[in-house]
Ligand binder design. Structure first.
Ligand SMILES: Nc1ncnc2c1ncn2[C@@H]1O[C@H](COP(=O)(O)OP(=O)(O)OP(=O)(O)O)[C@@H](O)[C@H]1O
Ligand SMILES: [Mg+2]
Length: 267
């Protein structure tokens, strides 16, 4: 079992020891349907195989982590907001068979709009403070929720397809992050449907975005089937080549495979 240093314990820093805080991974892409939830759910299960981990669905209006993981949550993000400080949010998460703790989005957009972004992130911050790896799935576009996720992330997975609109939107997202003075050094490019012959190669995408892909995920029916059955391939076929890529990336996120870090982006 991997353990992480408490976020509230600054004694290690005082002694010059590099603190080992649990990663917070925001999975983003400016375009809808690029594969954020597929990536989030597979990566979260891969992390849960290594250590206690949490996934939070910040696609608050139409989140589908619930379906990707076939969960029937007793409590959702808005319930945790309503519970305010009366209950420990960690005790209100739902547990996936892999051991992953899951916080699903509100059941509908009206419920989502009843909570404020600030209150929602109050809950998110308390979960992050528990110092477990946290995956934040987000909606397409740049909303206050995706900006909040980017602000908190120690690592950002930017999901991009091999089509021109997706790449152009990716460029705009990176430019926006630069303009907002966000740190781009912890953005990992993931090229999804990397083998789709729709005009652009992975090299083309890397050149256009001026960064190397840390992870490439091919078009694979098992990923779509996994989403539809609520069973990510990292759970159902962990040894398949598609799942293995997520498992390797989970090692990288947890700092278990430093050699893989040589393919980090150039910016
Ligand atoms: N590499 C892939 N191979 C096959 N199918 C994929 C792949 N990536 C994603 N899909 C499928 O594409 C659809 C959209 O993926 P997903 O829901 O993960 O995208 P998203 O970015 O989360 O979308 P949204 O913006 O609506 O939340 C899903 O049906 C998913 O199963
Ligand atoms: Mg999604």
């Amino acid at each position: 079992m991997i353990t992480f240093r408490s976020r509230s314990d600054d004694s290690a820093e005082r002694h010059g020891i590099n603190p080992s805080e649990a990663p917070v991974v925001a999975v983003v892409s400016p375009k809808g349907g690029n594969g954020k939830t597929t990536v989030s759910s597979n990566l979260a299960v891969a992390l849960a195989h290594r250590t206690d981990s949490v996934i939070i669905d910040l696609d608050v209006h139409f989140g589908d982590v619930q379906y990707a993981l076939r969960m029937c949550p007793a409590h959702r993000l808005d319930d945790l907001v309503d519970a305010d400080n009366r209950r420990d949010p960690m005790s209100m998460l739902s547990t996936h068979p892999s051991g992953l703790d899951v916080l699903c989005a509100p059941s509908d957009p009206v419920a989502a709009d009843r909570m404020s972004v600030g209150d929602a992130f109050g809950v998110v911050d308390r979960i992050i403070a528990a110092n477990r790896p946290v995956i934040l799935d987000t909606a397409g576009g740049i909303s206050n929720y995706s900006l909040g996720a980017l602000d908190r992330a120690t690592r950002v997975v930017m999901v991009c397809g091999t089509d021109v609109p997706s790449v152009q939107a990716g460029r705009k997202l990176l430019d926006t992050m630069r303009r907002l003075d966000m740190d781009l050094s912890h953005v990992d490019l993931l090229v999804n449907r990397s083998d789709a012959c729709v005009g652009l190669s992975v090299d083309d995408v890397e050149t256009a975005l001026d960064c190397q892909a840390v992870l490439t995920v091919p078009e694979h029916s098992s990923l779509a089937a996994g989403m539809n059955s609520g069973s990510p391939v990292t759970e159902s076929s962990p040894r398949s080549s598609v799942a293995a890529a997520f498992h390797r990336y989970a090692d990288l996120v947890l700092g278990l495979d430093l050699a893989a870090g040589t393919r980090r982006g150039r910016r």
